[in-house]
Every structure is written in structure tokens, then in C-alpha cells.
Design a protein around this ligand. Structure first.
Ligand SMILES: [Zn+2]
Length: 547
């Protein structure tokens, strides 16, 4: 009995140990799986060892079946840590797991196929290792070796290992963090918690909106004169490192460069969070890097703008805006239009579907309008983000491809860069078109237009990796551009000084309130990019000081 169990336990424990020694898992991830999985292996093996009917192949099959989910969770955690530098409980993973849909999931698989293949191979190898050991241990099976067969009276004694190991397995579940590591409870526990928190927040926000219970919200008033339109274009997965407007050698933003004299191109802006949900919570609410939970407790700027007499619009091509935290914020607009009806891969999901919605909002007779456009931008997979005529860098042989190849990038990494740059050109086309639309509208109403993406992207900038990578600077370094009609502001600020201001998007709500001329307790002039009282704050990326 002893050797039989030891071989199986040893074979299983090798798997978390191997992940840990390659630094694909930390000791806590590896340790919890080792303890839980180890006890499960001992329990199922001692059970099969005690019965003649489950000897040999059947018993091994049971052991492999029980071990598979544990190895699967190890593989998932290792993939996330290896490719994205995140732990399985990071907000960004929870968001991706539960605030996604079929289309986005399929795109994730396409965009990350290489990483998934690597870790699927590890998964298969680990299972093969355990399966071989499970078969090999059959030689020492107590019923095969004939050592523990005896009179019927002994059967009770044969049950004690199962009771001991099974009991211990259940006992460690009393610890909540161990419970969360159980592969069978892994997703249900996290989903229930996520759903509970979203629902709780939704109720709290409803209460804030519909009552006069918050005196700070009461203080938010329109301090401007007459009519005004403020447009905020929220992009997606765009680093300024890939914009020729910021010096990238490829012509990715020719149209914006053509109108550069009219634009304020901010030189030194970071996002606060490397994922859509987390970034949106910081941008649209008083939440900051230091106080990320305020998004749930305090009103968002759509609610503030409404109170101050604005008609608010949330026009989105993001198919996931109908779920999770973003759905709470977007539902606070007077008009919420989600143009992306299907998964995000469909033909109709190019961001140009926002153009007619934008025109309709501009034509709305309300005197004060706050229009938010949420683009799919360059969200992976990149080649779904632009129509064919914009695929101008496919098969490019220029300084960028040469430089990437010299840096040792794989051909597929270069291909992804080319596709991402195509998406930049399409974005340039749409942004310039939207500025033109805002310009015509400004003949009637003073208008301001601001663009920033939710975060940057890593497109083979440092390694072959392309995608969301919270460890690198390109994930945080973003473009921020501004256009306004001559009648919009008194124009007293020094444009040169303002465009050099170091800024981070976690406090962008103050800049937006500033443009809306909504003042009160939730407005901090020191965090408003355009205010004479602006003071730069400390900035961080990946929990490290920036720069
Ligand atoms: Zn995003």
C-alpha cells in the first residue's frame, strides 16, 4: 500500500514543483494546488486500492480523472503569469473572465494562440507524466501484490486511508483561500463574488442618483454660460509609441498630423490601469490609483453632468458595455446606444458604425451635451478592427520591419505589429472624421473634443509578445489629444506649457468636469489638465514609480 500511494503522490507533486521551479507559478499558487491535489490523489488511490473491482486500469482512470482539473488550474494560472504577468485573482483577469462574451473569448484565443499552445503542451505533458506513474504504480497495488488481502473482518481497516485522506481534503476546505484553489469551486466562487459586488454597486449607485442623499453631488453646478458640447472619445488598446503624431517612423496618423496646428497633442500621459474596466472606473468616477474603490461609492461624472443640466450620451461599439461595472456607468447616460449587436468580430463592428450615432447626438436640440464615444479601437485581435483598404502595412518592408527583425522578433510578431499599425491608420481616419463633424457642429455651439484610449498595448515592443501586458511601459504610455472651437474657452492657457504637463488618466474625471464647466465638491482643479491651478501628481505603472 505504501509504495503504491507514494509513487502516485510523488508523480503529482512533481507537477506544481516543476511549475514553481520554472517560476511559472509562485509558491502560494503551487503550494495550495499541491496540498489539495495531493490529498485528492491519496484519497482516490486509497479508495481504489481497497477494492478488487477498481484495481489496475479502472483505478488508474479514476486517479487521472481526479487529477486532471488540478493540473488544468495549474496550467491556467501559469499561462496568466507567464504571458500577462498577472495572478488569477487580479481585477483584470476577473473582468476578462466574467465580463466577456463569446466573440471576445474567440478573439482572445486567436490573439493568444501561441501562449495557449505552449501551456496546453505543458498540461498534456504533466498529465502524461501522472498517467504513466499511475499505471506503473499498479505493480505495487496491494491487491495485485497480495499483501493486504485477508479475511472479511479486515475490510474496515482497509478503509482508514480513504477516510483519513478524504477527511483531510474536506477539512482544508474550511480555509477560504484553500477553498478558492479547489478547481471545482474555482470559477463558481469567483463568479458569485463578482456578481454580488456588481449588483450591490448597481443598487448603491441607483440610490445615489435618485435621491438627494449626497450633499457633494448637490454641490455640482454648471458654472459656464449658455450652450456647450463636450465630446469624449474613449479609445481602446492604443499606445502613443505607434503614432507618427508622436514620432513613430511609420505614417500611422497622417490625417491628424495634417490638422496638428488645431490640436493640442499632450506629450506625457499615462493610463492608470492596464485593462478596460479598471481604467473606465478611474476615468469616469472619483476613483484614483490610491483610492480605486471610490468608483462604487461615489457618483460618476455622467450623473454629475446630468445634475448640472447636461444631456448625456454613451455611444459604444464595445460589445461588453452591457455587462459588469461599465454597464452601471453607461446606463447613467440619458441616451445609451450600443451599436455592436453581435460578438465583436462581426462586419458591423468596425468603429465607423459610431459615425451616424455621433451625428444624431450632435443634432440633438439640448443646449448642453456631453457625448461619450467608446470605440473598439485596436483591441486584440487587431486584424478584426479595420476594413481591407486600411491594411496598408501588410507585407511592409520598411525601417520598422527591419528594426524588429534585427531585434530578433519572429515573423509572426512582425505581422501582428503590421496589423496593429493598420488599426492605427483606421483610427486616424475615424478620429479626424469625428473632429470634422465636431467642427461643423461648432458653428452653432461652442464645442470641445478630447481623445484618450483606456490604456496602451504591447505590440512586440519588448519581446515577441503582443497583447495586454501590465508589466511594460507601452501598456501605459498613451496619446491624449484635444480640439476645441474658437468660442469654446477664453483661451488664456499657455498651450506649450499645457501640452507638456505630466498626467495620468485616473484623475481625468477632473479634466472632463473642467471642460463641462461643472464645479463643486467632486472637482479638483489641481487635477484638471487645463486649469491654471494644475499640479502634477506622483505617477505609477505596474505599482512602480514612473518614469
Ligand atoms: Zn481596454
Amino acid at each position: 500500500m505504501g509504495i503504491f500511494l507514494l509513487i502516485r503522490l510523488g508523480a503529482f507533486l512533481l507537477i506544481p514543483c516543476a511549475y514553481w521551479s520554472m517560476d511559472l507559478l509562485n509558491y502560494s499558487q503551487a503550494g495550495k494546488s499541491a496540498l489539495l491535489g495531493g490529498l485528492a490523489v491519496l484519497a482516490v488511490s486509497s479508495w481504489s486500492a481497497s477494492r478488487a473491482t477498481t484495481r489496475g486500469g479502472v483505478g488508474s482512470g479514476w486517479a487521472i480523472g481526479v487529477v486532471t482539473p488540478f493540473v488544468f488550474i495549474l496550467a491556467v494560472e501559469a499561462f496568466l503569469r507567464d504571458f500577462f504577468g498577472v495572478s488569477h485573482d487580479d481585477g483584470i483577469v476577473i473582468e476578462a473572465l466574467f465580463n466577456s462574451n463569446g466573440g471576445e473569448a474567440a478573439e482572445f484565443v486567436i490573439a493568444n494562440s501561441r501562449g495557449m499552445m505552449k501551456h496546453s503542451a505543458f498540461f498534456a505533458l504533466a498529465l502524461l507524466l501522472f498517467a504513466s506513474a499511475a499505471w506503473a504504480s499498479g505493480r505495487y497495488h496491494p491487491l495485485t501484490s497480495g499483501r493486504s488481502l485477508g479475511a472479511g473482518g479486515r475490510s474496515k481497516r482497509r478503509n482508514w486511508p480513504l477516510l483519513t485522506f478524504g477527511g483531510l481534503f474536506l477539512l482544508v476546505h474550511l480555509n477560504p483561500t484553500m477553498r478558492k484553489a479547489d478547481p471545482f469551486l474555482y470559477f463558481p466562487i469567483r463568479y458569485a463574488k463578482w456578481e454580488y459586488e456588481i449588483e450591490k454597486t448597481r443598487q448603491l449607485q441607483e440610490q445615489l442618483r435618485s435621491t438627494l442623499s449626497d450633499p457633494h453631488l448637490q454641490s455640482m453646478q454648471y458654472a459656464g454660460e449658455g450652450a456647450r458640447t463636450v465630446v469624449f472619445m474613449l479609445g481602446e488598446s492604443t499606445t502613443r509609441l505607434n503614432w507618427s503624431l508622436y514620432g513613430y517612423p511609420r505614417e500611422t496618423t497622417p490625417r491628424l498630423q495634417g490638422m496638428a496646428d488645431d490640436l493640442l497633442v499632450f506629450q506625457d500621459v499615462l493610463t492608470g490601469f492596464p485593462g478596460t474596466d479598471g481604467s473606465i472606473k478611474q476615468i469616469f468616477t472619483p476613483a484614483t490609483l490610491q483610492k480605486p474603490n471610490l468608483w462604487a461609492k461615489q457618483p460618476d461624472i455622467l450623473t454629475m453632468a446630468s445634475r448640472a443640466g447636461y444631456k448625456t450620451f454613451w455611444l459604444s461599439n464595445h460589445s461588453t458595455d452591457r455587462q459588469g461595472a461599465v454597464s452601471i456607468i453607461s446606463s447613467h447616460a440619458d441616451v445609451t446606444t450600443l451599436t455592436n449587436k453581435g460578438g465583436s468580430r462581426g462586419e458591423g463592428s468596425y468603429d465607423e458604425v459610431l459615425l451616424p450615432e455621433f451625428q444624431r447626438a450632435l443634432d440633438d436640440p439640448a443646449p448642453r451635451k456631453f457625448i461619450i464615444l467608446h470605440m473598439l479601437g485596436a483591441h486584440p485581435a487587431y486584424h478584426f478592427r479595420y476594413p481591407e483598404p486600411f491594411a496598408i502595412f501588410d507585407d511592409a518592408e520598411d525601417d520598422i520591419t527591419r528594426q524588429l527583425l534585427e531585434q530578433g522578433r519572429a515573423p509572426w510578431a512582425v505581422m501582428l505589429r503590421n496589423q496593429d499599425d493598420n488599426a492605427m491608420v483606421y483610427m486616424d481616419y475615424l478620429l479626424s472624421k469625428m473632429i470634422d463633424m465636431a467642427r461643423s457642429h461648432a458653428a452653432r455651439t461652442p464645442t470641445a473634443w478630447l481623445f484618450a484610449p483606456d490604456h496602451g498595448e504591447d505590440v512586440a515592443h519588448y519581446t515577441n509578445f503582443s497583447g495586454h501586458n501590465s508589466r511594460v511601459r507601452s501598456m501605459y504610455e498613451i496619446p491624449l489629444i484635444f480640439w476645441s472651437s474658437p468660442g469654446f474657452s477664453d483661451g488664456t492657457f499657455d498651450r506649450e506649457a499645457v501640452r507638456a504637463r505630466p498626467y495620468q488618466l485616473d484623475v481625468l474625471d477632473n479634466t472632463l468636469l473642467g471642460l463641462l464647466a461643472v464645479r463643486g465638491d467632486y472637482y479638483e482643479a489641481s487635477s484638471d489638465l487645463f486649469s491654471p491651478e494644475f499640479r502634477p501628481g506622483a505617477r505609477t505603472y505596474n505599482n512602480m514609480p514612473y518614469p
